[in-house]
Design a protein around this ligand. Structure first.
Ligand SMILES: Cc1cc2nc3c(=O)[nH]c(=O)nc-3n(C[C@H](O)[C@H](O)[C@H](O)COP(=O)(O)OP(=O)(O)OC[C@H]3O[C@@H](n4cnc5c(N)ncnc54)[C@H](O)[C@@H]3O)c2cc1C
Length: 364
């Protein structure tokens, strides 16, 4: 394989491009707007599913491989590009869970560090935590990544490679077919041919596959977040209760997320969500009552059944490879998902069993 077109410049398309380009392959990455402005920018960047024990073995396998990979990825990108993705290991407290026993049993089975802690201990470690919580479990090793910086670092790493071309503001409109085989894409600026095409267009991936008469079960799921700016040591750990969470960045920015809305491709932030997120923020961290909200945005997650991404070649159309549908976990899953796809495309021994993610039989 000499050349590849990658469609979509989110975390998934960027990292796929980087892994393929590092082997010497020529990569053209095509992005309809600027790279890294959609879900991969909008997300919270927790390097774990929100409730990891509620997911299938397929999601867990990708998450665990990636979690071990992230600190090294952050260091390598910083060294290469000077942009620090800030992989920040803060740990995470879950408060007043209904399925605490399941969580602890899952962690024991998986060999992951997740402990029941006395609530007094949680209040001691996180003094700004709101009153009234009764139980806590703690995973000390969980990190968050500053995803807008991650995509910036990935972009910089790619821009420095002579065998990579970044084409931004260039929407892909369809695929070039020779028989069933896919051998490139059509764009507003003309055709771009390649031996293989990788579709990594996040929530928009299904729209593009419709041009081939295929129904990919990936739909946009809107998520809104708000942002505060506090002192650097305000919040020492991520905290999560009733589906809402607070994420501290190293510089004292605190993200509060998120909503889960089925609203098509509309990305407009709403007043309802703002009020609801503020209420959650104040319940988790009451001192935020007097703090100003310094940011409020929405992104579109690529929602898929059970959050299991599509990774692999489309049997109906040789030459077309999918890496999409990561739903709520595209940032944590990205390293494993992109490595697995690269392994499959290059005919290498795959890092994990690819079967659960294979597109075959999962499209209509
Ligand atoms: C509020 C919120 C919180 C989140 N929190 C977390 C979290 O804490 N941890 C976590 O792991 N995940 C989280 N996520 C999910 C995560 O952000 C996504 O799963 C991930 O970013 C998906 O990456 P992607 O590259 O597939 O999609 P995107 O980042 O959306 O990238 C797809 C790209 O394709 C481009 N594109 C679309 N159509 C075309 C076309 N026709 N031609 C060319 N380019 C095209 C788009 O412009 C876009 O840049 C969150 C998401 C949201 C919205």
């Amino acid at each position: 394989m000499k050349n590849v077109v990658v469609v979509g410049g989110g975390a998934i398309g960027l990292l796929t491009s980087l892994l393929l380009a590092r082997t010497g392959i020529t990569v053209v990455l095509i992005e309809s707007s600027g790279v890294g402005r959609e879900s991969s920018w909008a997300g919270g960047g927790i390097v774990s599913p929100l409730y990891p024990w509620r997911y299938s073995a397929a999601v867990t396998a990708l998450a665990h491989w990636s979690q071990d990979f992230y600190p090294g990825l952050g260091q390598r990108l910083l060294a290469q590009t000077g942009v620090d993705p800030e992989v920040h290991v803060t740990g995470l407290y879950w408060l007043d869970l209904d399925d605490e026993a399941e969580a602890l049993a899952w962690a024991r089975r998986q060999g992951r560090e997740l402990f029941e802690v006395d609530i007094a201990e949680a209040y001691q470690q996180v003094p700004v935590l709101g009153g009234g919580f009764k139980r806590a479990i703690h995973m000390p090793g969980v990190a968050n990544v500053r995803n807008p910086r991650l995509v910036k670092a990935l972009r910089a790493a790619l821009a420095a490679m002579p065998n990579v071309e970044l084409r931004e503001h260039c929407p892909v409109t369809g695929f070039i077919q020779e028989g069933e085989r896919i051998c490139g894409v059509t764009t507003a600026a003309g055709e771009i041919r390649a031996e293989r095409v990788v579709l990594a267009a996040g929530a928009w991936s299904g729209e593009l596959l419709k041009t081939l008469g295929l129904e990919l079960p990936v739909e946009p799921v809107k998520g809104q977040m708000i942002l505060y700016k506090c002192a650097e040591d305000f919040l020492p750990s991520m905290v999560l209760a009733k589906g809402r969470y607070a994420i501290p960045r190293r510089d004292g920015h605190i993200l509060i997320g998120s909503t889960l809305e089925y609203a098509g491709f509309d990305k407009t932030p709403t007043d309802n969500a703002l009020e609801s997120l503020k209420a959650s923020a104040q319940e988790l961290l009451p001192t935020l009552k007097d703090a100003e909200v310094v940011g409020h945005w929405a992104g579109l997650r690529p929602g898929s059944p059970e959050g299991i991404p599509f990774i692999g070649e489309l049997p109906e159309h040789p030459g077309l490879w999918l890496n999409c549908g990561h739903f709520r976990n595209g940032l944590v899953l990205a390293p494993a998902s992109c490595q697995l796809l690269a392994d499959l495309m290059l005919g290498r021994e795959p890092i994990i069993d690819p079967a659960p993610y294979a597109p075959a039989g999962r499209l209509h």
